[in-house]
Design a protein around this ligand. Structure first.
Ligand code: GTP
Length: 218
């Protein structure tokens, strides 16, 4: 399972959040089961993929990672183009990284469609004695913003798979709901745009949600 050609859906996800919160390590933990203690900022954009089963379909996640630091960041609009899911990461030991989530969420919403699935991720949950952001504070914020929330540790492999798989499952739910329901015309609708084949994005490398074989039979 997981051979590149085998998937039913391909979803583009983006990782965003301040520098040093653990985005690259969440990515390497999920896609390669690797973790590194090195502090090495991402330069430009990296991406990695992993396929997981969701509701008897194989969903391939194409996960993009860029530096949190402004000067290393790739061109924003290209980074976000076609993304159908996002993990906004903060470090539970640095409150300022949680305060900046608001900015990241705004940037994300400015560059993606309304149906983008967003997961707030409080990483480094293993550093219990250094915690500066409580679970309650983050839960409250996530509820207010109507986004999902999980605490993770890339170091201890805590909840990392769960966070990515939850985002993929929620995107899948939106996509498969689209195949079953007639859409209403509410511009604020969370559902996907009308159309038979689900393809979001334009160029090959930006295509984010593709149902490869045929359409819409469930
Ligand atoms: N204790 C602990 N350290 C972590 C965890 N995740 C990442 N780190 C450490 O935090 C530092 C930064 O991690 P990165 O994954 O490079 O962070 P980033 O968000 O990709 O950083 P930029 O590329 O600069 O945006 C590294 O030293 C990691 O080893 C975690 O869950 N627990």
């Amino acid at each position: 399972m997981g051979a590149d050609e085998d998937y039913d859906y391909l979803f583009k996800l983006v990782l965003i959040g301040d520098s040093g919160v653990g985005k690259s390590n969440l990515l390497s933990r999920f896609t390669r089961n690797e973790f590194s203690l090195e502090t090495k900022s991402t330069i430009g954009v990296e991406f990695a993929t992993r396929s997981v089963p969701v509701d008897s379909k194989l969903v391939k996640a194409q996960i993009w990672d860029t530096a949190g630091q402004e000067r290393y960041r790739a061109i924003t609009s290209a980074y976000y183009r076609g993304a159908v899911g996002a993990l906004i990461v903060y470090d539970v030991t640095r409150h300022v990284t949680f305060e900046n989530v608001e900015r990241w969420l705004k940037e994300l919403r400015d560059h993606t469609e309304a149906y983008v699935v967003v997961m707030l991720v409080g990483n480094k949950a293993d550093l219990r004695h250094l915690r500066a952001v409580s679970t309650e504070e983050a839960t409250e914020y996530a509820e207010k913003e109507n986004i999902y929330f999980m605490e993770t540790s890339a170091l201890e492999s805590l909840n990392v798979g769960n966070a990515f798989v939850e985002v993929l499952t929620q995107i899948y739910n939106v996509v498969s709901r689209k195949t079953l329901e007639t859409m209403d015309d509410d511009p604020n609708s969370k559902a996907l745009p009308k159309g038979e084949t689900i393809v979001i994005g334009t160029k090959d490398d930006d295509v984010s949600a593709v149902k490869k074989s045929g359409c819409c039979s469930t």
